[in-house]
Design a protein around this ligand. Structure first.
Ligand SMILES: Cc1cc2nc3c(=O)[nH]c(=O)nc-3n(C[C@H](O)[C@H](O)[C@H](O)COP(=O)(O)OP(=O)(O)OC[C@H]3O[C@@H](n4cnc5c(N)ncnc54)[C@H](O)[C@@H]3O)c2cc1C
Length: 714
């Protein structure tokens, strides 16, 4: 026993070697005199051990390379990862290398903002831990017969809202390995759940005493700032393969593309950019892309499909709607593929209940180029307050005439209906909004990689520093000060352009216009509010519902603030996007044939939990009780197919303890808002289970969580 880690098989030569390396590092940390990795290199001939097969390339990934943030811009910066690889290969060729600069790169890396003071000792300890994880499990074997890497560690999500006890956390790299893991877990009566970057706030990932499959190496999943790495060709759960198959939808020929479930948005983004940009001619050409995505690049494809995530734009549905086939390890511990369109309505957005997803085949659109003209505009003239709205004190209404309001509303409607991407941000106390609406009609000849690698790096650093501030200095300062500074800074750095000076960029870059978001933990509640038809013409959407939801949230902020300027639980933006509906049964947008107002409130991590809970509840109450102009409830209403539509929460966001009209939210979703959809989902699961040769009950036994059993099981 070493520290909290057990030597799995002490007689195993490889494990002993790893243990020895770990001990040297540990000792190094203790006396503070030695030089860490240098000592390892002096005492152990890593090269020879590697040649004997006792060390593997993936160990290097594990304890060194994953620690280092690969620099995006290979031209402008020295890349620590490359330096490290270069150094290691020099050694392999027998050349002397100076390990110290590499160690200092390592030590220079910062860790989570909650542990901002990271000493070299902490860093070494982390290294030691990770080294130990390189040991394989004696019974759960990968495809090549080696033990699967695992570690006993608690699960904690990125938003710090969910924490479990110590879980056996496996990091597979092969599909056979994953099948073996599920079979093994069944013999131990353990449930298996998967996680990507752990970005979901709600309790949808894993419970105490279950087995966790970390689709990403643990340091990559846990570390802040984020660690970007290239696709590992040897990892069967990662990768992007363009298939020959095409599919025609809405008159557009789409290309199928198989994407490993552990592949990240950043890896996919780079794949698109590298294939679309001709370095020799420095021109952009034809390629393929997904038409929508989550803004954040630190997301796995498995992770964003499971809870049915979305992007923006009335013509876009959800990521799960783009799925043409999904491959997963099922309850028999076998690979199963679902490509039947009906079954996909359940399988493509099943929150992990069908099994551990290994790959997703998605329908890609021909690559187009966004033409972005982000604007900053007076709050009351961005989306104007509804007619007769009691505008709270604090909103600048100077010059906001009836005509100007009418004109602004017309523009809002036009954008909702005609822009490719529709997104509004209001940072609390700011006089202006940031409008990120754009059309997808840019000329590739004008395109640039946006944000440029250097800008992306700056964004990542500045957001990381904001996160550090939030967990160190900010909590000692009044909330209103935090809001003022954070909001002003955010508005300052967000871009503003004109029609004459637009940002033209490949669609995939435009979808991920902001980088580094992972580097600052936040809280976030989001609702998908169905847009009804106009009373005057039910065939047309009534966008005033989005306007009402937007202003309801602003009013709640000011009502509190105007009473007491220390009452500021919302310290990050109110954000609203417009999306279409969804064919996926469990999608909160399902049935919203006139579109969806996807609206969310965010705050910083340092806000008191109870305060934030109270604020979320107040906003949720407003969004689930919107009234029309004659003071009648807008929701629920029936769509043209007779489906009753209600506001529904985004499954991955912060909704756990809310109530709706006094009813606990799980009950509200189960018995009111999603009843029909859950039934359809369950029938789909039955078909899927039948095709796979098991029952839904058996799948539940292996893959369910407390939440899924409560909400989605029969
Ligand atoms: C800063 C931020 C911005 C965001 N922006 C958006 C946005 O613009 N739009 C949007 O819709 N959402 C957004 N989200 C929510 C986010 O997209 C989801 O939380 C998403 O699930 C996170 O992906 P992940 O890789 O972290 O998955 P995780 O959170 O780790 O997992 C999510 C779920 O998927 C399951 N899962 C993961 N991998 C697998 C697998 N291989 N097989 C089976 N099940 C699996 C997990 O068990 C869990 O239930 C945002 C979140 C954050 C933190």
């Amino acid at each position: 026993m070493l520290g909290e880690y057990t030597v799995v098989d002490p007689s195993d030569e490889r494990n002993s070697l790893l243990e020895r390396i770990a001990n040297i590092l540990q000792e190094t940390c203790k006396d503070g005199k030695k030089k860490g990795l240098d000592d390892v290199l002096q005492e152990i001939d890593l090269e020879a051990e590697y040649d004997k097969g006792l060390l593997r390339n993936s160990d290097m990934d594990w304890f060194l390379l994953e620690l280092l943030n690969e620099d995006e811009d290979e031209k402008d910066h020295t890349c620590p990862l490359k330096t490290m690889i270069g150094a290691l290969s020099k050694r392999r060729k027998g050349k002397e290398i100076d390990i110290n600069p590499l160690v200092s790169i390592l030590l220079g890396k910062n860790s989570s903002p909650n542990e901002t003071i990271v000493t070299p000792f902490d860093k070494m300890q982390a290294l030691v831990k990770w080294l130990r994880e390189a040991k394989g499990h004696p019974e759960v074997l990968e495809g090549d017969g080696s033990g699967m890497k695992y570690r006993k560690t608690p699960f904690e999500n990125w938003g710090l809202t969910v924490k479990t006890n110590n879980l056996l956390t496996f990091v597979p790299t092969t599909k056979i390995g994953l099948c073996n893991l599920v079979k093994w877990a069944k013999t131990k009566n353990l449930k298996v759940r998967a996680a990507g970057y752990r970005h979901s706030w709600s309790d949808i990932t894993v419970n105490n005493d279950q087995v966790l499959v970390s689709m990403l190496p643990i340091p990559k999943a846990e570390n802040i700032p984020s660690l970007a790495t290239e696709i590992d060709e040897n990892n069967e759960l990662q990768g992007v393969t363009l298939l020959e198959d095409t599919i025609t939808e809405d008159g557009v020929e789409k290309r199928l593309c198989k994407i490993g479930a552990a592949t990240t948005n950043e890896q996919f983004r780079k794949w698109v950019v590298r294939n679309a940009f001709n370095e020799k001619t420095e021109t952009w050409g034809d390629w393929w892309t997904i038409p929508l995505n989550v803004i954040l690049v630190e997301i796995t494809f498995g992770g964003s499909n499971a809870p049915i995530c979305h992007g923006s734009g009335i013509k876009t549905k959800t990521l799960s709607d783009l799925v043409a086939a999904i491959e997963f390890v099922n309850a028999n511990g076998e690979l199963q593929v679902v490509d039947d369109p009906e079954q996909l309505k359940s399988a493509a957005g099943s929150i992990g209940m069908t099994g551990v997803v290994t790959s997703i085949t998605m329908k890609l659109d021909p690559l187009t180029y966004a033409r972005m003209v982000p604007l900053k505009k007076k709050l009351a003239l961005t989306i104007p307050p509804p007619a007769g709205f009691d505008v709270p004190d604090g909103i600048d209404m100077k010059g906001v005439t009836e005509e100007a309001r009418a004109e602004a509303f017309k523009e809002f409607v036009d954008r909702c209906e005609n822009d490719y991407y529709v997104e509004y941000f209001w940072f609390p106390l700011q006089k202006k909004c940031w409008i990120n609406n754009w059309k997808n009609n840019g000329n590739p000849a004008d395109a640039e990689d946006y944000p440029s690698p250097a800008k992306a790096r700056n964004q990542a650093i500045s957001i990381f520093l904001s996160g550090v501030l939030n967990s160190t200095i900010w909590p000692r300062l009044p909330g209103r000060f935090q809001v003022k500074v954070t909001s002003a800074f955010a508005m300052l750095v967000l871009p503003e352009r004109t029609e004459e000076n637009p940002i033209v960029t490949p669609l995939i870059d435009a979808l991920h216009f902001q980088r580094g978001i992972h580097n600052m933990r936040v809280r976030d509640m989001e609702w998908e509010i169905p847009i009804p038809g106009l009373k005057s013409d039910p065939s047309k959407p009534d966008w005033s519902v989005a306007q009402k939801a937007w202003w309801a949230a602003i009013k709640i902020f000011y009502q509190r603030y105007n009473k007491s300027n220390s009452d500021v639980p919302m310290r990050m933006p109110l954000e609203m996007r417009i999306t279409g509906d969804s064919n996926i049964h469990l999608a909160p947008q399902n049935g919203n044939t006139h579109g969806t107002c996807s609206i969310e409130v965010l705050t910083t991590q340092n806000v008191d939990n109870d305060e934030w809970q109270g604020y979320m509840q107040e906003v949720a109450d407003a969004w689930t009780n919107l009234m029309d102009d004659s003071e009648k409830p807008i929701h629920p209403f029936k769509n043209e197919n007779g489906m009753m539509l209600h506001p529904r929460p985004h499954w991955a966001k912060d909704w756990a303890n809310l109530t709706v009209k006094g009813v606990p939210i799980r009950k509200y979703c189960k018995e009111t808002a999603c009843t029909e959809q859950i039934k359809l989902y369950q029938s789909g699961l039955e078909e899927i289970a039948k095709s796979g040769g098991y029952t839904v009950e058996e799948a539940d036994k292996v893959f369910s969580t407390e939440l899924s059993r409560d909400m989605f099981s029969k």
